[in-house]
Design a binder for this molecule. Structure first.
Ligand SMILES: [Mg+2]
Ligand SMILES: [Zn+2]
Length: 175
């Protein structure tokens, strides 16, 4: 079977507007904090048209930490599920759980690669934190950081201003 290329997306800070608490980017905890970034639906459609699988890989420990209820999380997730992703992988664990899926570990990317026959060396992970860049490196794919005030110091293969610029970068590397 021919292997396919994929774009892996982080959720908070890429697909969903991050909420800054004490200067750190976090997930929304309340419905009035939840906002999907502009043009995400169209950008995902465009990336799909380049032939890439679109896979969300997200750490979501905040239910376990008691910051929001499963009910509130599912309300937000219902909007995420309306976006044109080919698959969604979620790690609900906390650091104390020491699971294999929580980024910066590459577990979710490797699981997706197995399920979808993904060519990781020619795939990309778009994120906003060190965990995303490190998970990409550990999985053997290229990392793209969407620049924000809180990630200026981080290392990655590419840096872009916004999700649309990431799309242009991918398009230029493909065509
Ligand atoms: Mg993030
Ligand atoms: Zn996990």
């Amino acid at each position: 079977m021919k292997k396919r290329r994929a774009i892996f997306f982080d959720r908070d800070g890429v697909i969903v507007t991050p909420i800054l608490r004490n200067g750190k980017p976090t997930a929304p905890w309340r419905r009035d904090e939840f906002q999907i970034e502009v043009d995400v639906h169209q950008i995902l459609s465009l990336i799909g048209s380049f032939g890439f699988l679109r896979i969300l890989v997200t750490n979501q420990p905040d239910i376990a930490y008691g910051h929001l209820s499963p009910r509130e999380w599912r309300w937000m997730q219902s909007y995420i599920e309306q976006l044109p992703f080919d698959d969604i992988f979620v790690c609900f664990h906390t650091r104390a759980d020491d699971c294999l899926c929580k980024k910066p570990k590459p577990g979710m990317l490797l699981e997706a690669a197995k399920k979808w026959h993904i060519d990781l060396a020619h795939s990309y992970m778009i994120g906003d934190t060190d965990a995303d860049a490190k998970a990409a490196a550990a999985a053997g794919c290229k990392s793209i950081l969407v620049e924000a005030p809180y990630n200026k110091e981080l290392q990655s293969d590419y840096k872009v201003n916004c999700l649309f610029d990431a799309t242009l970068l991918i398009q230029n590397n493909v065509l």
